[in-house]
Ligand binder design. Structure first.
Ligand code: NAD
Ligand code: MG
Length: 402
């Protein structure tokens, strides 16, 4: 057992699904975790309540107007907490709150810059925000290596794989050793298949946002719920795994596993297959990341294998899930293609959630953007951000023409 130390947390996206689950784990272990900074997009009242309960030094929100409202709300409760806003505010929360651990739980590209800063500053980065790694894989991993960051995956599949690797696989520097030294042949990412796993394909045209967000096994934010329905989420996770574990794409497989009990697996050279099992509850990977290398109570119900009717695994059908195929294409192209894939998908999913784009056109929008913006070398962060902006503009234009 390692000595318990108090960790100081900055939670980026504290009002979202991962953010609130993180605070739920922290609430049960107040002696081990202090909250230094909390940030949110627009949910000001929820953030104010969290500030009252956890007393961070810094809070940050998206707009200047919301920052003023939050400041008034906090002062009304007798709290003097520094309130910042915008991208700079998120970065301030990471760099000036004395945190040693950053939970990266903002959804989408908005999370990139503060998460990258946390990596550069050598923090323990609990990575839920997969979009930031997909957008800027090489740049992000290099920043983590240079900064000496501890990168711990929170996405349940990647957390499972991390748990199935030998204990000395703890640093981004080790990714190149996977094949030679660890004997890893393949990793198998499991996927539930989402709410439309068995829906006849001709009935998918009129899917509504609420139907797409009604995930059978997990409760999550709306963007990732739609990504799970289209399986773009698994596509993003393949790219995430490629960067986190330094494995070539041919060694990363996707399996549909409707029960969501086996969270992912590693197949080794000697024939062993290691799996991590558990309830589909994000508090398990969150507690793992917070306490690593120790284990703490996550408040999760124990898994009872005798109550399961079975565990099933099948290969995904790329005709049913074209977004997964597009993600594999973008991953193989490399360079800026994953940036384009991610940006186009964010725009298309937002349009779908606002009722401006039919469900089946999400994949078409992403395909359009990938065809319009051929892969280039993702040499610098500026180049990545420029391509991200171009892909968003082109996708938005395409959507208005539908
Ligand atoms: P969510 O929508 O519930 O929460 C997102 C958080 O980000 C909120 O706090 C929101 O206020 C904040 N935010 C949104 N836009 C912002 C902006 N422009 N600036 C600042 N803050 C902003 O999402 P979630 O389900 O908690 O997912 C968060 C991240 O974790 C995503 O990248 C998702 O892919 C990943 N993830 C989530 C789950 C899950 O179970 N929910 C599982 C694996 C990975
Ligand atoms: Mg996942």
């Amino acid at each position: 057992m390692h000595d318990l130390i108090t960790r100081n947390l900055c939670i980026l996206g504290s009002t979202g699904s991962i953010g609130m689950n993180t605070l739920d784990v922290v609430r049960a272990h107040r002696d081990q975790f202090k909250v230094s900074a909390l940030t949110a997009g627009r949910q000001i009242e929820r953030l104010a309540e969290q500030c009252l309960e956890f007393r961070p030094k810094i809070a940050a929100v998206h707009s200047a107007t919301d920052a003023r409202t939050l400041k008034e709300l906090l002062e009304g409760k007798g709290l003097s907490i520094a309130v910042h806003h915008g991208e700079a505010g998120l970065i301030t929360a990471v760099s000036e709150s004395d945190c040693d651990t950053v939970m990266a739980a903002i959804v989408g590209a908005a999370g990139l810059l503060p998460t990258l800063r946390a990596a550069e500053l050598g923090k323990r980065v609990l990575l839920a925000n997969k979009e930031s790694l997909v957008m800027s894989g090489d740049i992000f991993m290099n920043a983590a290596i240079r900064g000496g960051a501890e990168l711990l995956p929170i996405d349940s599949e990647h957390n499972a794989i991390f748990q199935c690797l030998p204990p000395h696989f703890t640093s981004p520097k080790n990714t190149s050793r996977m094949k030679e030294h660890l004997g890893v042949e393949e990793i198998w990412l499991t996927a539930s298949g989402g709410p439309f796993r068995n829906t006849p394909i001709d009935q998918l045209a009129n899917i509504t946002p609420d139907q797409a967000c009604a995930h059978p096994n997990w409760v999550m934010g709306r963007k990732i719920s739609v990504d799970s329905a289209t399986m773009m989420n698994k596509g993003l996770e393949v790219i995430e795994a490629h960067w986190l574990f330094g494995l070539p794409l041919e060694q990363i497989k996707v399996l549909i596993h409707p029960e969501s009990v086996v969270h992912s697996m590693v197949r080794y050279r000697d024939g062993s297959v290691m799996a991590q099992l558990g309830q589909p509850d994000m508090r398990t990977p969150i507690a793992f990341g917070l306490a690593w290398p120790n284990r703490i109570d996550a408040g999760v119900a124990p898994l009872n294998l005798t109550q399961l009717s079975g565990l099933h695994f099948t290969e995904p059908d790329l005709l049913r899930f074209p977004c997964l195929g597009l993600a594999f294409t973008a991953a193989r192209q490399g360079g800026t293609s994953p940036t384009v894939l991610n940006a186009a998908n964010e725009i298309a999913v937002a349009a779908f959630l606002e009722g401006r784009l039919p469900y089946l056109k999400i994949a078409q929008a992403v395909e359009f953007a990938l065809n319009q913006l051929p892969s280039q070398k993702a040499g610098s962060l500026d180049e990545v951000l420029t391509v991200d902006r171009e892909a968003r503009l082109k996708t938005s234009d395409w959507i208005t023409r539908q």
